[in-house]
Design a protein around this ligand. Structure first.
Ligand code: GFB
Length: 314
């Protein structure tokens, strides 16, 4: 079945200022959607049921792409589990409840590849969910995102809501978080090599051993996949979104160094956690539906570094 998306109907993108939300808004504008609804945290606190319900009653979105969430890298997740659990639980509980009560036609909820068990077989298929223990460094965030995924399935079972969920792999791109304490690895390495260039430093410190492998999808590709799924996917099962290729952190560091500042050599800080050894997504189902990513990793790093230079006065 295909949902014929009416570009004139109101479509709400939560988290529109963030890495994912801003990419989704850019894509919707490119596609000619003329009624994109967004709300700042000051306009509506997504952790406040009454505020969200009042906003939905007033704005009456027909579609929702739910990209809002409290996100962060391995260190932020390991340091603030209460915040990552509570904020993300509330953010999807309020939005899904109001989406149901105010008869949203279709909602797409975005999770994360960290929902899967730490040591499950690779590449990770969607049906590996809840088959083993989670990675401790991001267990709180993962539990919150798993309940979001399951909530979409329960609304479908109990009320027939067309709420779908997708699990993206690690993302990067414009409007990423470049703060060295809270960010993910790719933007952190861009900033670290950039600062090494400014200081003419000979080394850049990489956390952990460099042996974990990660898969990286450019956020513009994710936004394209979101529109694709909003139009073409109506199933209860969650669906992975990724590139199907991963890279050791050590090779990522070399690649970022080549793009930003080849003179600095990576050195490894073993006191920092490695986190999940690997979390490569199986994207067979998405490929069978007809979607493929476009942005190659090196191109994506180059364009993200250019965005960083144009927008981030580090
Ligand atoms: O991207 P990252 O912070 O999160 O770390 P995860 C990925 C790998 O990069 C880890 C290493 O093995 C880090 O030790 N790394 C090396 C660094 N240098 C750095 C650095 O300077 N900064 C950072 N941040 N990492 C996240 C979850 O896990 O994945 C989130 O915590 C979310 O909840 C996200 O699911 C997609 O990929 O390990």
């Amino acid at each position: 079945m295909q949902t014929v998306l009416d570009r004139n109907e109101p479509i709400y993108v939560s988290g529109h200022r963030g890495l994912v939300g801003s990419a989704v808004v850019r894509r919707l504008e490119q596609e000619g959607f003329g009624n994109i609804l967004t709300a700042t945290r000051e306009e509506v606190d997504l952790c406040d049921f009454r505020a969200v319900d009042h906003w939905f009653a007033e704005m009456r979105p027909k579609y929702v792409i739910h990209a809002a969430g409290k996100v962060g890298g391995i260190q932020a997740n390991a340091t603030f589990p209460v915040d990552f659990l509570f904020d993300n639980l509330m953010i999807h509980a309020t939005v899904l409840r109001s989406a149901h009560q105010h008869k949203v036609d279709k909602l797409l909820y975005l999770g994360s590849s960290c929902i899967y068990p730490r040591d499950c077989p690779q590449p990770i298929r969607e049906d590996y969910l809840l088959t083993g223990p989670l990675e401790p460094t991001n267990e709180a965030y993962s539990l919150a995102k798993i309940t979001g995924l399951k909530s979409c399935q329960f609304y479908r079972q109990q009320y027939g809501s067309n709420f779908i969920s997708a699990m993206p792999t690690n993302l990067y791109g414009p409007k990423d978080n470049f703060d060295l304490q809270g960010s993910h690895v790719l933007p952190a390495l861009i900033r670290k090599f950039h600062e090494a260039k400014l200081a003419e430093a000979s080394q850049v410190t990489i956390w952990g051993s460099g042996s974990p492998r990660r898969e990286f999808l450019h956020v513009d590709d994710l936004a394209d996949a979101c529109l694709f799924l909003l139009a073409k996917y109506d199933e209860e099962a969650t669906i992975n979104i990724g590139t199907g290729q991963d890279i050791p952190i050590a090779d990522l560091a070399k690649l970022v160094g080549e793009v930003v500042y080849p003179k600095a050599q990576p050195v490894y800080d073993a006191s920092k956690p490695d986190g999940t050894p690997r979390k490569l997504l199986d994207v067979t189902r998405l490929h069978k539906l007809g979607w493929q990513h476009k942005t190659k990793l090196r191109e994506g790093i180059e364009s993200t570094y250019q965005w960083f230079l144009d927008h981030y006065n580090a």
